[in-house]
Design a protein around this ligand. Structure first.
Ligand code: SF4
Length: 432
């Protein structure tokens, strides 16, 4: 989501005639787009912005601003910590970014903070800067789930959905410019269009599925992905739509967080391990070729060896192709931050390593199973490591390396027979 916001910011500036440069030494304006999801991310951002003080001393006309979740979270307090900052722009004010820079540039105004959650929060989000076969579209903003460890609802605000027409128009524009694969983004994409209702929809109601169906009709769009759906919103209608639409990629990120019901409850995650598995089984029954990925937190307050074992067992049962495994760290302002962070760093690290090792073994085994199979690959271009070969992505989001034919073009969908695999890539030859 932050990458997408950075791209939208770059596009807004570029539209006004500004130029995006590669290095801070070349810039007249430096904007730091920040994350608050972990304390470490905030500390890194503060460190990096602090480092810019020297640059500002040498060039007082340099404008330095901070946007994103940390800006929203810390607000004007950032001026105390980083007195060389010119502006702090909250998550609901992204559309005003070029204006604020222009006005500071024109008047050399003193420090400005715009932190209002904003009613025009969705304005300006359709701007794109990178002209590539891949693009991302934010379809919702904010989150209403309030998982006990998560700061997102406090810094991104209440959940708002864009309209299907608006998203379809943005998609058509991107496709006309050469985009072939689109990643739909939202904190809980499957809550799209539900009007902020915190109850999961009934089995036959899914405005998100309606959106997917609409976008699949767009000629020239070859693939659609999305991230992330909250598990209990993944209903029958959505599963039917995914199964029926070949443009929807066979890789699904379904955040689990923990395999222990007790910990899920403490996390304010509204599903049990059994319900989560039921969703996985339904998806697998309908589309056996789907590759799953997930998010896991180890060391949540009170996580016992048994809780951890339940997570490990569930992960092994699902057999994820990929997982983001985080060691719990408290975020100030969340409900979980009031609990005692009672799992030692050593135990968190140990649990993290155990899951990573399990995952590595499973991914290697899953990749080996693909030897001899034919994968449909969206061609990205010349491989970074070997210029004689080209690379692309399978529908399950794996990197596939192959030798191109003279007529192979970026953005084509080609078939590749896999004859070798590594831990992260598949290698093969074109099937004509
Ligand atoms: S669903 Fe939970 S973890 Fe995800 S953004 Fe919302 S509050 Fe955070």
């Amino acid at each position: 989501m932050n990458e997408r916001d950075s791209e939208a910011a770059a596009a807004m500036f570029s539209k006004r005639g500004h130029e995006i440069v590669d290095h801070e030494s070349q810039a007249d304006v430096l904007i730091f787009n920040t994350c608050s999801v972990r304390d470490q991310a905030e500390r890194k951002a503060v460190g990096k912005i602090g480092f810019m003080k020297k640059l500002k001393k040498e060039r007082p006309e340099l404008i330095i601003g901070v946007m994103g979740c940390m800006a929203q979270n810390r607000g004007e307090d950032l001026f105390k910590e980083l007195p060389h900052l010119d502006f702090v722009l909250g998550t609901g004010q992204l559309h005003r970014l070029p204006d604020i820079v222009d006005s500071i540039h024109a008047d050399q105004r003193a420090q400005v903070a715009l932190l209002d959650p904003g009613s025009e929060v969705l304005t300006g989000l359709g701007e794109h800067y990178n002209n590539s076969i891949f693009a991302s579209i934010a379809i919702t903003r904010g989150c209403n789930r309030y998982c006990s460890y998560c700061i997102v609802p406090y810094v991104r605000g209440r959940e708002i959905s864009r309209s299907i027409e608006d998203i379809a128009a943005e998609t058509r524009e991107l496709v006309a410019d050469g985009t072939r694969e689109i990643l739909l983004l939202g904190q809980n994409v499957a809550a799209f269009g539900l009007g902020g209702d915190i109850n999961p929809p009934p089995p036959d109601h899914s405005p998100f599925a309606d959106l997917l169906e609409e976008l699949c009709k767009i000629d020239g769009l070859k693939r659609l992905r999305f991230t992330s759906p909250y598990p209990s919103y993944f209903n029958d209608k959505l599963i039917r739509t995914i199964t029926a639409q070949p443009k929807i990629c066979r890789s699904i990120h379904l955040p689990l967080q923990s395999g222990s019901d007790r910990i899920l409850k403490a996390m304010n995650r509204h599903y049990t391990a059994a319900q989560y598995l039921e969703i996985i089984d339904k998806i697998r029954a309908a589309a056996p070729d789907v590759a799953f990925s997930t998010d896991i937190i180890v060391g949540f307050p009170g996580e016992t060896d048994e809780d951890f074992a339940a997570t490990r067992e569930l992960m092994n049962r699902v057999g994820y192709d990929m997982a983001y495994i985080f060691r719990y760290s408290p975020r100030q302002g969340t409900v979980a931050a009031k609990l005692s962070d009672d799992i030692s760093q050593e135990i968190k690290e140990e649990r993290n390593q155990i899951l990573l090792k399990d995952l590595e073994e499973r991914t290697a085994a899953a990749n080996r199973k693909l030897i001899g199979s034919v994968q449909e690959v969206l061609v990205e271009g010349v491989s970074k490591r070997n210029t004689e070969r080209w690379s692309g992505k399978s529908t399950t989001a794996k990197t596939v390396i192959f030798e191109p034919a003279p007529d192979t073009a970026v953005g084509d969908l080609v078939k590749v027979r896999i004859n070798r695999v590594s831990a992260v890539s598949l290698f093969g030859e074109l099937v004509r």
